[in-house]
Design a protein around this ligand. Sequence first.
Ligand SMILES: Nc1ncnc2c1ncn2[C@@H]1O[C@H](COP(=O)(O)OP(=O)(O)OP(=O)(O)O)[C@@H](O)[C@H]1O
Length: 259
Amino acid sequence: MAYSVAVTSGKGGVGKTSIAINLGMTLSREGQRVCLLDTDFGLANAHILLGVNPQKTISDLLNNRATMSELPCNGPAGLKLVAGGSGLTDLLKIDENIRNQIIRSTDALCDNLDVLIVDVPAGATDSAIDIIAAADRVLVVLVGEPTSFTDAYTLIKACSLEKNTYHFSVVVNMANNANHAKDTFDRFKNITDRFLDIDLRFAGYLPLSSALRDSIVKRRPIMSDNGKTAETQSFKKLALTISQTPKNETPGLRFLGLK
Ligand SMILES: Nc1ncnc2c1ncn2[C@@H]1O[C@H](COP(=O)(O)OP(=O)(O)OP(=O)(O)O)[C@@H](O)[C@H]1O
């Protein structure tokens, strides 16, 4: 059955979009039909990192120039992309009704999709919380810095208290090694266990990697190559873990609602 994964972080600049893209390409390489939905409206950049030039974006949906089924464009490794709009006007007009319209419109993708990956805007905003609540699985990108901890905690707390979102997975990015990643996760989980009634799981880690950083500059995602590097192995493990984590089944509007 098709499922949705919200990739989020709280803090910006921690590698959320890089991970969303490469996770999508990994699942696609494994034979899943995957679409990435960039909901970072106004500041959308997934298409830039993927090196594609979409003809239509979410803006066209909101302006009745296109339906959701017409938006996915072809990215590398078979990954599809629904690009967010760009520009301040797009950013300003995303109120609750528009968010709901976008979430509902993904019903049209159900027949042709196994996984919808949603790149969530940074910050514990109403927009981010609503988008996360509509996804089956939530992947939080964490780095071992106090500001990442604080912002991820604030976001998770808001999702839990306001929307009853219960299951969260964490991927530690820019880790020195596996032990460092697990230690970072354990320190974060100690905090959430003390104050929140949630299920928080370790989903994997990505090493601090010049290859990953360079892939962004070159606009050629690391999963474009199917070699056996530490990064590709990490993404394969992450994809497997995510596909096996429990789903949130909170009532209300959901991505791929007709699945
Ligand atoms: N594992 C990593 N090793 C080294 N650099 C990384 C790694 N992951 C991400 N980066 C770099 O960090 C920067 C931010 O990445 P990215 O744009 O994916 O973050 P983001 O959280 O989506 O940011 P934003 O909030 O601005 O959308 C990029 O320059 C990227 O190359």
